[in-house]
Design a protein around this ligand. Structure first.
Ligand code: ADP
Length: 179
């Protein structure tokens, strides 16, 4: 599914983020930047051990929830990996929505700062962190769409969704944004 916003577009695809050939791949990391399962494990496996070394050297204190840090792409074809830390879902009253929005915002600002045109996001926080997909998709898509309306730099933001349920959730939200 492809939707144009300003001079840029949002794409939704079902697939594995590690195979995407875009300028930036976003990782859903934890605040210790310690690696783990899910998309974090898949990205570290594909990009190689240099990435963990870089994280330890450059960000020994980790990364606060709602923010993101930058490494090289390692063995991936992408120029950069952004390691974004989304919130753990705790029922919705612990500022989860602001923190999730802030994680996306930080990545979009960093993409502009690094003069990149294309980036791929996974569905941050909706795996082990249990953020409900429909609520997370609303925040992710609205935050990105708003940024694209005013960005001269960004051309493509692709959400790479790993399973049919998540893809369906994002597609439903994106459709409501068209009317
Ligand atoms: P979080 O801890 O932020 O919830 P997870 O990695 O547990 O992060 O899950 C986030 C989303 O990433 C989930 O929808 C999960 O299915 C998905 N995911 C797992 N592996 C990949 C991958 N290789 N490419 C894209 N998405 C993935």
């Amino acid at each position: 599914m492809i939707v144009q916003f300003g001079s840029a577009r949002i794409e939704l695809v079902l697939g594995d983020i590690t195979t995407q050939q875009l300028d930036i791949i976003v990782n859903a990391a934890n605040s210790q930047l310690a690696g783990g399962g899910g998309v974090d494990g898949a990205i570290h496996d594909a990009a190689g051990p240099e990435i963990m070394k870089e994280l330890r050297q450059r960000y020994p204190d980790g990364c606060p929830t709602g923010s993101a840090v930058v490494t090289s792409g390692g063995k991936l074809t992408s120029q950069y990996i952004f390691h974004a830390v989304g919130p753990i879902w705790q029922g919705g009253s612990k500022k989860e929505s602001q923190l999730l929005e802030s994680a996306y915002q930080t990545c979009l600002s960093l993409a502009e700062k690094h003069q990149c045109k294309t980036l791929a996001f996974p569905s941050i926080s909706t795996g082990v962190y249990r953020y409900p997909v429909d609520l997370a998709a609303e925040i992710a898509l609205r935050t990105v769409a708003m940024k694209l309306e005013s960005s001269d730099e960004l051309e493509l933001v692709r959400f790479v969704l790993f399973d049919q349920g998540t893809f369906g959730g994002y597609a439903r939200v994106l459709e409501t944004m068209l009317v």
